[in-house]
Design a binder for this molecule. Structure first.
Ligand code: BGC
Length: 704
């Protein structure tokens, strides 16, 4: 390639000159390599992590990662990756801009739902399975955003100070798992890390930095406009590609100077060759040079009316079914009984067909605005299926709860509803005297982007509360209907303690952000076609202080945020402070019960395996999520318990199975800052196996 051709490979073509959210301009000629004719297309990069965003219709609205995390089910994580990959491929998109693996450092973080929650192990498993799935169909994945990138306010320039060990063990961990999955690309973030912007931070992306020292062979691409320094600064620090190529809000466009920097000798041609090689290698490795569909959509045309937009139908019945399946598998049953005035306890779910009159209350039950914010999903005026911003998807075929319920019960019950707003008079009036009231409430957040503010929330949530007085609505409905089922659609924790123990509240389902099949998925759980097995991927508490971190809102200029909490996030922090949350990490009920017995431990310094017998002791079939927490030797300075394994085991009523969970050497290690290596600490480890971080059923020890 000529110098010009190489520059075309590493530089985006411009935000609005692209059919995808990012493109490059490849050489216009073909090359013959080892006898094969190779023509490089304008590589297409597109959002987002939960399915295609922008560029016409006929795509599936998958649930975001936070709900896939709540399934604790690796096969579903993988299957979702395959299905998303198939849709990207069908539109001719070479690079899927996902998975997003940013740790939910604070529950109000605007983009927390795009990733897998606050736990690095769960995030690492989610990242790994997603990438393996997406790349299995020949689409490149691009893990983002390195990072740490954990809040929206001031994201274009805040500085995170994080120590080496905390970075490796928490924020880096899902990126490390991405490297293990052979991810094609990694995206560097807008913000600074330890005083240097991510995309020109050699400690992160340079030859001796985190990524390369852990074996990453793909390319580093900037977040859109996240280049703040000169072409030479960025290229020499390790940035292989700049996107979208021009200036956005506060940065970008610096590779306009790359050719001159090479001419002047500030960047060597060898370095430029390396950048191009890293970009082309995954393209070839995944076989994208042979038979890959041409770009057939146009991201500049969200409505799908432009001639360049063929609106190729990439939806399939299998994808729809999978979204419904993930929706029900990620529903977390938090409560399932109520106490009558005579003191009897009644189980609420699954519902029976003897229920004849049903009230549906709350605007979260109604259809959302399918065309709000030009492909950014910036309203919260109906049911909440996904947050806003680039992590959203086209939300074009959503089946809202009201439609699914009305349809399902038509032969045996009548539905009355008050769902056009959260009306504190109308809602309770409809609920009064009914056999059952289902009350919906939600909370939403998103990406700041071009200052995309929804109901006063600048990406990050302003508080943990349910939106539109959802908490009051729940209380007012429960006051008049003694069989109230609460459904929460939220991007993260919301306060519950003012109503969760209300004697008239029979059941609470935390359904998260379930994607387009939200209504049918909920029916499956409510009427028992699916026995719930979702588990909380974070702890739920009313008080933000219980999480040990905060969002920095109002400092100008850009704030410095010190991650002084170190390894202590969410349940790790709560445990260390003896804080009992309202519902803890890993918690979730089932329509059946499980017993755990007979733990055996086999461990050496290179791996450990733990076997135990799991029995379905109840009367219905269902899946249990056994979780393994390790307690490191006290000298290691780790939190008391850290998640290091889980499984999803389906058992028929009465059935039992021996389950084995293995832990690798790295998973038994801490990051040793002195030797700069993963080291297994010597001493006695505690092993905790149970149904949540607080519901430990078996314990053991081993000594290294
Ligand atoms: C976001 C990225 C996204 C990119 C392209 C940026 O503002 O931070 O996550 O992939 O835009 O839309």
């Amino acid at each position: 390639m000529t110098l010009d051709e190489k520059i075309g490979m590493v530089r985006g073509v411009g935000q609005f000159s692209s059919r995808c959210v990012g493109n490059i301009s490849p050489p216009s000629r073909s090359f013959v390599v080892s006898g094969t004719n190779i023509t490089i297309p304008p590589l297409c990069f597109n959002d987002g992590p939960a399915g295609i965003r922008l560029g016409g219709s006929n795509v599936t609205g998958f649930p975001p990662a936070i709900n896939v995390a709540a399934t604790f089910n690796r096969s579903m994580m993988y299957a979702r990756g395959v299905a998303i990959g198939e849709e990207f491929r069908g539109k001719g998109i070479h690079v899927y801009l996902g998975p997003a693996v940013d740790i939910m450092r604070n529950p109000k973080a605007g983009r927390g739902w795009e990733g897998f929650g606050p736990d690095p192990y769960l995030g690492g498993e989610g990242a790994y399975q997603t990438i393996m799935g997406v790349q299995s169909v020949g689409v490149s994945a691009c893990t983002k955003h390195l990072g740490p990138y954990n809040q929206e306010h001031w994201r274009y320039g805040l500085n995170v100070n994080v120590d080496d060990r905390t970075f490796r063990e928490l924020y880096w961990w899902p990126f490390m798992k991405s490297v293990e999955a052979n991810v094609s690309a990694l995206m560097c973030a807008y913000n600074q890390v330890n005083g240097t912007s991510s995309c020109h931070n050699a400690a992160l992306i340079g030859e001796d930095g985190y990524l390369r020292s852990e074996g990453f062979q793909g390319y580093v691409v900037s977040d859109w406009g996240a280049t703040h320094d000169s072409a030479a600064d960025n290229a020499n620090a390790g940035l292989d590609m700049e996107q979208p190529g021009d200036y956005i809000l506060i940065g970008g466009g610096v590779y306009a100077g790359l050719e001159a920097a090479v001419d002047d000798g500030e960047v060597t041609e060898a370095r430029l060759n390396e950048m191009v090689t890293r970009i082309l290698t995954p393209w070839l490795r995944l076989g994208q040079d042979q038979g890959f569909p041409e770009i057939n959509f146009n991201a500049q045309d969200p409505d799908g009316t432009d001639a360049l937009n063929l609106n190729v139908n990439v939806r399939t019945d299998a994808h729809t079914a999978l979204v419904r399946q993930i929706g029900s598998a990620s529903a977390v049953l938090l409560k399932n009984n109520r106490t009558t005035t005579t003191g009897t306890t009644i189980r609420g779910l699954p519902l029976s067909k003897s229920i004849k009159t049903i009230a549906v209350v709350g605007q979260d039950a109604q259809q959302l605005n399918l065309d709000c914010g030009g492909g950014l999903n910036e309203c919260n005026d109906g049911t909440m299926i996904i947050g806003w911003g680039s992590g959203s998807n086209n939300v074009e075929f959503t089946v809202p709860p009201i439609d699914a319920i009305t349809d399902f019960v038509q032969d045996f019950a009548t539905v009355s509803s008050d769902i056009t707003s959260n009306d504190l008079t109308g809602g309770p009036a409809v609920a009064e005297g009914k056999d059952l009231a289902i009350v919906f409430a939600n909370a939403m957040s998103g990406e700041l982007g071009f200052y995309n503010i929804v109901d006063g929330n600048e990406g990050d949530r302003n508080d943990l509360d349910l939106w539109w007085k959802g908490g009051s609505l729940i209380e007012d409905v429960a006051a008049v209907c003694n069989n109230t089922v609460v459904v929460i659609h939220s991007v993260g924790p919301v306060p519950m303690s003012s109503w969760n123990n209300h004697p008239n509240i029979t059941a609470i389902i935390y359904a998260g952000a379930p994607g387009e099949q939200t209504g049918p998925a909920l029916i499956d759980v409510l009427w028992g076609a699916v026995n719930p097995s979702g588990r909380l991927p974070f702890s739920i508490d009313d008080d933000e202080a219980s999480y040990g971190t905060s969002i920095v809102y109002g400092i100008d200029p850009f704030p410095v945020i010190d991650y002084t909490e170190g390894l202590f996030l969410d349940y790790r922090y709560m445990d260390s402070q003896d804080i009992t949350p309202v519902y803890e990490f890993g918690y979730g009920l089932s329509y059946t019960t499980f017993s755990y017995s007979s733990l055996s431990v086999e461990a050496s310094a290179s791996s450990a395996s733990f076997s135990f017998v799991l029995t379905n002791t109840g009367s219905v079939d269902g899946a249990e999520i056994p979780q393994l927490y390790l307690g490191f030797p006290s000298s290691a300075g780790e939190p008391d318990k850290v998640l290091r394994g889980f499984d999803n085991i389906f058992l028929a009523s009465g059935e039992k199975q021996t389950v084995t969970v293995t832990v690798s050497q790295k998973e038994m290690s801490i990051w040793d800052v002195v030797s700069q290596a993963w080291v297994v600490p010597s001493g006695t480890f505690n092993v905790y196996i149970g149904a949540s971080i607080k519901d430990i059923r078996l314990t053991g020890t081993f000594t290294i």
